[in-house]
Ligand binder design. Structure first.
Ligand SMILES: Cc1cc2nc3c(=O)[nH]c(=O)nc-3n(C[C@H](O)[C@H](O)[C@H](O)COP(=O)(O)OP(=O)(O)OC[C@H]3O[C@@H](n4cnc5c(N)ncnc54)[C@H](O)[C@@H]3O)c2cc1C
Length: 377
């Protein structure tokens, strides 16, 4: 059943109504630009996935009148701690950052998507579902999209906000350069007694892999851990064992609300534009979820692209946003390698250097600014 009939023509067709496509749609709707957004799913995914919303993303959501509702649904965390086992190496605070949102908001991805969709509807728009784009053909005057139903839509421009396996990117011929990492991630939302408490995000380094623990609304915690080969659906025992190994004596799990496996790729599209086809979000870049930056970067891409359309500055979009993805990929890559080194010498040097660096206010501010993505304004 189609929620709304598909128009024959539009100025901009957005393929994919994840956080990136929705942020773009809200930006265009706010600016009064004509667009259509389609998604192959009958309704939005209702899983937890990306649970961190950084300060820069909240600033973008301020512009879209969507931040207040989201903030009400999440919890605000002002501290980020780095440990090796139970030894604290570094604490970074967000509360002095020069932003109206000096904190990290913890909220499941379905809430972020719901807030953006609600805002889109308030502005008079909606997502056309379920429409799967099967073919994307551009010519000098426009682009023809053909759905799996056989229906077509003619657009001036098409944006691929259709995730990592983007059909729009495929059709554009733009390369997706990078590689798949050997390791995978266990993700789980759990209830537990967690010794460090609910006021900080905790990143624990270890030769066996990284472990991130962050509080979520509803008394839950999000656990993210790198492992060589994660089970498809990690169970409570698996998550408990991982935390026992990496954060000995800190965690006592009592329930598991959601879990998943995430295979890590580090890839960036060689270009964000091929004439009338543009890419944003996971269609343009994918990387480790360790810094919680995938969805954030996608929402910021969507906003930047929407503003570029609204102001007629489409040529600047790739130059503005592709270097951001390069920095995010390099940053998460460095963090993962530094955190999981098996060399005792490198580990000892890291554990000596980090507490020293952590005494330098300039270093703490730089790290907090990078994590909050505030240097991407
Ligand atoms: C299990 C899991 C856990 C994750 N955990 C984290 C995390 O902890 N931290 C983090 O930062 N990130 C995480 N991510 C990544 C994060 O979810 C993505 O970065 C984010 O969703 C990207 O948003 P997007 O809108 O660009 O793409 P997506 O969310 O992938 O949305 C793409 C949309 O396009 C639609 N679509 C695709 N192809 C077509 C087509 N041909 N026609 C029509 N529609 C189409 C899809 O149905 C989908 O709705 C996780 C992802 C997964 C899958």
């Amino acid at each position: 059943m189609n929620a709304t009939a598909l128009p024959a023509r539009t100025e901009i067709a957005i393929v994919g109504a994840g956080p990136t496509g929705l942020a773009l749609a809200v930006t265009l709707a706010s600016a009064g630009v004509d667009f259509v957004i389609v998604d192959r799913l009958l309704e939005g995914a209702n899983t937890s996935r990306a649970a961190v919303v950084h300060a820069r993303t909240l600033e973008v959501l301020d512009e879209l009148d969507a931040s207040k509702e989201l903030i009400d649904r999440g919890i605000q965390i002002t501290r980020f701690a780095v440990r090796d086992g139970s030894r604290r190496l570094l604490t970074v605070s967000f509360d002095r950052l020069p932003t109206p949102h000096p904190y990290t908001l913890m909220v499941p991805q379905y809430e972020t998507e719901d807030v953006l969709l609600t805002r889109l509807r308030v502005l008079g728009g909606d997502v056309h579902r379920p429409y799967e784009v099967n073919s994307v053909i551009q010519d000098q005057d426009g682009v023809t999209l053909t759905m799996s139903t056989g229906e077509t839509i003619r657009a001036g421009y098409v944006v691929g906000a259709d995730g990592m396996h983007s059909a729009v990117r495929e059709a554009s011929g733009i390369g997706f350069t990078g590689s798949a990492y050997g390791e995978s991630f266990v993700l789980a939302d759990v209830e537990m007694d967690w010794a460090p408490g609910r006021r900080e995000v905790s990143l624990t380094f270890g030769a066996a892999g990284l472990a991130v623990v962050a509080p979520l609304p509803g008394g839950h915690y999000r656990v993210v851990a790198t492992v060589d080969d994660a089970p498809i659906t990690p169970d409570l025992g698996c998550v408990q064992r991982l935390l026992d190994e990496r954060t000995p004596g800190q965690a006592n799990l009592t329930a598991l609300a959601w879990s998943s496996r995430f295979r890590v790729h580090h890839r960036i599209a060689d270009h964000y534009r091929s004439n009338r086809l543009l890419l944003a979000g996971d269609a343009a870049h994918v990387h480790s979820p360790a810094g919680g930056q995938g969805m954030n970067t996608g929402i910021q891409d969507g906003y930047a692209l929407g503003r570029a359309f609204a102001t007629g500055q489409l040529d600047g979009y790739e130059a503005q946003r592709r270097p951001v993805a390069q920095r995010v990929v390099a940053f998460t890559d460095r963090m993962t390698k530094m955190g999981t080194t098996r060399s005792p010498a490198v580990r000892a040097a890291r554990n000596t250097a980090l507490p020293l660096l952590g005494r330098l206010p300039a270093f703490r501010t730089k790290l907090a600014t990078e994590l909050a993505e505030l240097n991407y304004r």
